[in-house]
Write a protein that binds this ligand. Structure first.
Ligand SMILES: NC(=O)c1ccc[n+]([C@@H]2O[C@H](COP(=O)([O-])OP(=O)(O)OC[C@H]3O[C@@H](n4cnc5c(N)ncnc54)[C@H](O)[C@@H]3O)[C@@H](O)[C@H]2O)c1
Length: 298
């Protein structure tokens, strides 16, 4: 993609807002982190219910974490209109559902509605932001970037990845600024389908599935051995049950589409469980059974 040289300018942050688009699982958590460290946040969602639930979550989570000792120095306002959310933003973080047409539409709108120097970041887990900048101006494309958050406030890592033409100041501003809000940023050095940690985790899941598919070990022993050696609280099969085996299969299919050399046995094992309706914790059975009424094993 051809770009012209544009002036390298950093957005003025003083007196400006952080806008988070989508108040679901991740959006509300990202909003919590920024507001907790002093930012004025606009949390945008078309669903009034989602906005209300998100504000409740943020209030409760803040109280739980600070045990009433810490006053939130910033604030979060729920808004319906995208234009209102981003009008005064220096940073916009998109966390809407993982649907490519929706991301394309939102980013084209953000390019029109946000101040010209605002950073436009996506939290997408599976799409590099190069996939949804087609409808943006050339200048707009240079301010788009992936910021892949995990599960804040418990997991504070965030991977920062260029869309191929992202301006250096965008990456530098994020690497310098995110720690002020309690995040630990990691720079992804080149475009990757799947972020750094997700790829590592995908390889662990894949090998665990292969070990079981080949009859080398039982599911229970793989989990116990993994926990014993890593100190983790859950084994890979327990974690796959938590995510949902259909979701795990979708993710693996996504990697396999990019890399056809990946082994097929892990996906075949997942399909066997899915065909039996064993989708994981959400339906009460996956690799393990989760009888109703029993406390969740964490
Ligand atoms: N859930 C995770 O563990 C996780 C982790 C890292 C990244 N992500 C990524 O974060 C993004 C969001 O995932 P999530 O799990 O929070 O999804 P979610 O379904 O929990 O929340 C999405 C929210 O976006 C709202 N929304 C829908 N259309 C909208 C629009 N036009 N404008 C504003 N809001 C809109 C929905 O009402 C919903 O509240 C996805 O791209 C996903 O890949 C998710």
């Amino acid at each position: 993609m051809k770009t012209t040289e544009l002036p390298e300018a950093r957005p003025e942050q003083q007196g400006r807002l952080v806008a988070v688009i989508g108040a679901g699982t991740l959006g509300r958590r990202i909003a919590l982190m920024f507001a907790g460290a002093g930012a004025d946040v606009r949390l945008c969602d078309p669903s009034a219910q989602q906005r209300a639930d998100a504000l409740d979550f943020i209030a409760q989570e803040w109280e739980r974490r600070t045990a009433a000792s810490g006053v939130m120095t910033g604030k979060v306002n729920g808004v319906e209109s995208l234009a209102d959310a981003v009008a005064q933003a220096w940073l916009v973080i998109e966390a809407v559902p993982e649907k490519l047409p929706l991301k394309l539409e939102i980013f084209a709108q953000l390019d029109q509605l946000a101040p010209a120097d605002a950073i436009l970041a996506s939290n997408s887990s599976s799409y590099p932001s190069s996939r949804f900048i087609a409808g943006l101006s050339e200048e707009g494309q240079r301010r788009v970037v992936n910021t892949h958050f995990y599960m804040p406030p418990d997991r504070t890592a965030v991977e920062v990845m260029s869309d191929g033409v992202t301006a250096d100041w965008v990456i530098e501003t994020l690497l310098r600024t995110l720690p002020l809000y309690g995040f630990t940023p990691y720079r992804v050095l080149r475009e990757s389908v799947g972020f750094i940690y997700n790829r590592v985790w995908a390889a662990i899941k894949r090998e665990c599935l292969s070990v079981v598919a080949e009859g080398v070990a039982s599911i229970e022993d793989v989990d116990r051995l993994y926990m014993s050696n890593t100190g983790g609280r859950q084994g890979p099969f327990q974690q796959m049950d938590q995510v949902g085996l259909d979701v795990v299969l979708d993710i693996e299919e996504h990697y396999a589409a990019v890399n056809p050399a990946l082994p097929t046995a892990p996906r075949e094992l997942l399909r066997q469980y899915i065909a039996q309706g064993r989708l994981g914790k959400k339906v009460g059975r996956g690799f393990y059974d989760y009888p109703a009424g029993l406390p969740e094993k964490q």
